[in-house]
Design a protein around this ligand. Structure first.
Ligand code: SF4
Length: 253
């Protein structure tokens, strides 16, 4: 039997993979799906993991979307029988329209199914709503078996010197680098429309390069990022709006 771990290089899946190796559980391959829109620190962590995994003879594979993410976002034609091309692209990914996630999950499932492999998935013990959606019998959830919560996963990563370091706005607080898990609840694609106001505020404050990239995307679409466009959010932040932060991860850190 072949064993494959799906790893997004966020805290949960990284903790899962490193602990699987530490506990010498069966593992033949680690699969990372690169949307093309990952933070630089995610790519850095994937590189670090592949170097580490090589020592144990574990294969590392990067999967990619069929089309570039920005093409699917803005250029892919959508047709109706009656009217021909009705629009181009899906616009922002996230919220009720998580087209990138759907494609990612399908690609990873297909990859594991083709090899008839057992697939390890990094869902934490305190994410029952995610677990409820999983029905495939070849999937295993080691974090649930170890009763590791999201906070436990982050702490495990911290203890093992795994971080998500990005260049930060130098003039603020005299910091040049920042760990994404101190300013974001979830480290997913940098353009993910699931980001809440507190996370967006931290982009604006600490990650000006990514903030500019969000503005570039917003220029190409009429659809607001969430309730507001990125430009409306920028105006709010410029005028002193500081969103409140509500998340179990932050509270327990
Ligand atoms: S993390 Fe967000 S932007 Fe990336 S694929 Fe998932 S829903 Fe889409």
């Amino acid at each position: 039997m072949r064993y494959i771990a799906s790893c997004s290089c966020g805290k949960d899946s990284l903790a899962m993979v490193y602990k699987i190796i530490e506990q010498q559980l069966p593992l033949n391959e680690i699969v990372f799906y690169d949307t093309g829109m990952e933070f630089q620190s995610i790519y850095n962590n994937w590189k670090q993991l592949t170097e580490y995994a090589q020592r144990f003879g574990i294969k590392c594979t990067t999967l990619h979307p069929k089309c570039p993410f920005l093409y699917t976002m803005f250029e892919q034609p959508h047709c109706s029988r009656k009217d021909g091309i009705v629009r181009y692209g899906y616009s922002w990914c996230g919220g009720y329209c998580r087209w990138g996630t759907n494609e990612k999950l399908k690609a990873i499932d297909k990859y594991c199914e083709q090899q008839e492999a057992i697939c390890y998935v990094g869902i934490a013990a305190d994410e029952p709503q995610r677990l409820e959606k999983e029905h495939k019998t070849y999937k295993r959830y080691p974090l649930v078996e170890w009763n590791m919560s999201e906070v436990d996963s982050l702490q495990y990563c911290r203890k093992h010197n795994i971080s998500w370091i990005e260049k930060c706005r130098a003039k603020l607080e005299g910091r040049f680098f920042i760990d994404l898990y101190t300013i974001l609840d979830r480290v997913s694609c940098w353009c993910c429309a699931n980001k809440n106001h507190w996370e967006l505020y931290n982009y604006w404050k600490y990650l000006p390069d990514y903030w500019e990239k969000l503005k570039e995307i917003q220029r190409k679409t009429q659809r607001p990022f969430n309730k507001y466009t990125i430009f409306e959010m920028e105006e709010k932040f410029d005028n002193g709006y500081i969103p409140r932060h509500r998340t179990k991860l932050k509270r327990k850190q």
